[in-house]
Design a protein around this ligand. Structure first.
Ligand code: ZN
Length: 258
């Protein structure tokens, strides 16, 4: 009898212990570096995708040397190259900037026809109806028009992001089924992440995607998760340490995001 109890106690400890070790709970953002670091050209990857995947199955970001746009969806991670090619991400690749989480939506809504990005944002605003929390967003639908961009891989010395985006590749898709994923962040994240909406797109056939610039939608389903946990990992590299990250780069960000 005593042995049975002891075994039970040990089992409970093991289960509890393993829960503590995995640590990352649902809807907790795990972010690598800061958006100002990316704007300042800190493009050296810090965390491998093998590690990033341990902190989420959903997210957006970029790759070592700014080699394209990242989309993570249902545990699968994709790289949209500046050629337009969409590739599954190799675990050994590193990211200099990414935000991921284990997506567990609490709100689901049907979206009717949406004419443009502004109208999409208004529709999402009416669902979110809040200014102070973070939100993860997923929209599955039939998109009549999608315009995305990707950025070419850089070599050192790295140029600031506003310089690189001058050479971005732009893609347009029509009547495509796919998924928009990303985040809405409150204004106070300025410098850390992107205030407002930051969305990426990937088609159902996983052949088209990128950082979202324009969109119109016939119909879709939106899923939203409110986030109250935010975890950030900062690079140890010298270029991060030496970058001037305390300035207000919001104008640069606006230029780089569009
Ligand atoms: Zn983006």
């Amino acid at each position: 009898m005593k042995n049975t109890i002891r075994t039970a106690v040990i089992l409970v400890c093991l289960i509890f212990g393993s829960t503590l070790a995995s640590a990352q709970s649902a809807n907790e953002i795990y972010q690598v570096s800061t958006i100002n670091a990316l704007l300042q050209g800190v493009y050296d990857g810090e965390i491998t995708f093998k590690e990033l995947k341990q902190h989420g199955d959903f997210g957006i970001g970029t790759f070592n040397a700014l080699d394209g746009e990242m989309i993570g969806l249902g545990g699968q991670f994709y790289q949209v190259k500046s050629s337009g090619q969409v590739l599954p991400v190799n675990n050994s690749i590193k990211t200099p900037f990414a935000a991921v989480l284990y997506f567990k939506p609490q709100r689901v809504a049907e979206l009717g026809a949406v004419q443009d990005y502004d109208q999409l944002q208004e529709s999402l605003n009416s669902i979110i109806n809040d200014q102070n929390y973070f939100y993860a967003i997923r929209i599955d639908g039939l998109f009549t028009y999608v315009k995305t961009r990707s950025v070419p891989a850089q070599s050192k010395p790295y140029r600031p992001l506003t310089e690189v985006t001058k050479t971005q590749a732009v893609f347009e898709f029509e009547n495509v089924r796919g998924t928009v994923i990303g985040f809405w962040c409150p204004k106070y994240v300025n410098g850390v992440n992107v205030p407002g909406y930051h969305l990426h797109f990937i088609s159902d056939d996983r052949k088209q995607g990128g950082h979202l610039l324009a969109i119109s939608l016939l119909s879709g389903k939106v899923q939203i998760a409110r986030i109250t946990n935010f975890r950030m990992v900062l690079p140890g590299a010298e270029d991060f340490r030496n970058a001037a990250l305390g300035k207000d780069y919001s104008k640069d960000l606006q230029t780089a995001e569009q």
